[in-house]
Design a protein around this ligand. Structure first.
Ligand SMILES: [Zn+2]
Ligand SMILES: [Zn+2]
Length: 167
C-alpha cells in the first residue's frame, strides 16, 4: 500500500479518523497518526466548541458582575473588589464544573439508559445532583478549564501555521 499524499512512498500506517494510508513522514507529522485533512477538520470543530465556551463564560461573567454591582447599589453597601471577583468566579465556575462533569457523565448516562426504571425521573434527579456538584466544585474546575482552552487554542494555531507552511 502507498501513501495517499505521496504515491511513491510506502505506507507505514493509516489515519485514525478516515483510514487513509500514510507514509512515514505523514504518519509522524502530528502528535497522533492523522492526515492533514482530518487534522484540519478536527481543529475547525474544536475551535467552534472552544469559542462557544468562551462566549458563554464571558456572558456569565458580565451578568454576574452587573448583578453584584446592581445589588451593591441597591443595598447601598460598598462591596470589596475581591468579594465581587470571588462572586463572578463562583458563577462562571458553575459552568466550568458542569462542562467538566459532562465529559464524565455523558458516558455514565449512556450506560444508565438501559438500567433506569423511571428514566425521566432519574434523569431529572441526575441533573440536579450534577448541578449541585457543579455549584460546589465548579470554582476549582474554572482555572483548569481556562488552561485547557488556552492549550487547545495554541495547538490549533500551530496546526494552522504548519498547514500553511506545507502548502
Ligand atoms: Zn484522515
Ligand atoms: Zn505521505
Amino acid at each position: 500500500m502507498h501513501c495517499f499524499y505521496h504515491p511513491k512512498e510506502e505506507a507505514v500506517g493509516q489515519c485514525i479518523d478516515c483510514g487513509k494510508a500514510l507514509c512515514r513522514s505523514c504518519f509522524s507529522r502530528w502528535n497522533i497518526p492523522i492526515c492533514d485533512d482530518c487534522n484540519y477538520r478536527r481543529s475547525v470543530a474544536d475551535e467552534q466548541v472552544i469559542d462557544h465556551e468562551i462566549h458563554v463564560m464571558m456572558v456569565l461573567g458580565v451578568i454576574s458582575l452587573c448583578f453584584a454591582i446592581y445589588s451593591a447599589i441597591k443595598e447601598g453597601v460598598i462591596y470589596r473588589v475581591d468579594c465581587i471577583i470571588w462572586f463572578v468566579w463562583l458563577i462562571v465556575g458553575i459552568y466550568s464544573g458542569w462542562k467538566t462533569l459532562s465529559s464524565i457523565t455523558d458516558k455514565i448516562m449512556n450506560w444508565f439508559k438501559f438500567v433506569l426504571i423511571f428514566p425521566l425521573l432519574d434523569i431529572l434527579f441526575f441533573y440536579w445532583v450534577k448541578l449541585f456538584i457543579a455549584c460546589v466544585f465548579g470554582w476549582i474546575c474554572l482555572p483548569y478549564h481556562i488552561y485547557r482552552i488556552i492549550k487547545r487554542k495554541k495547538e490549533i494555531r500551530e496546526v494552522r501555521s504548519k498547514m500553511t507552511l506545507l502548502q
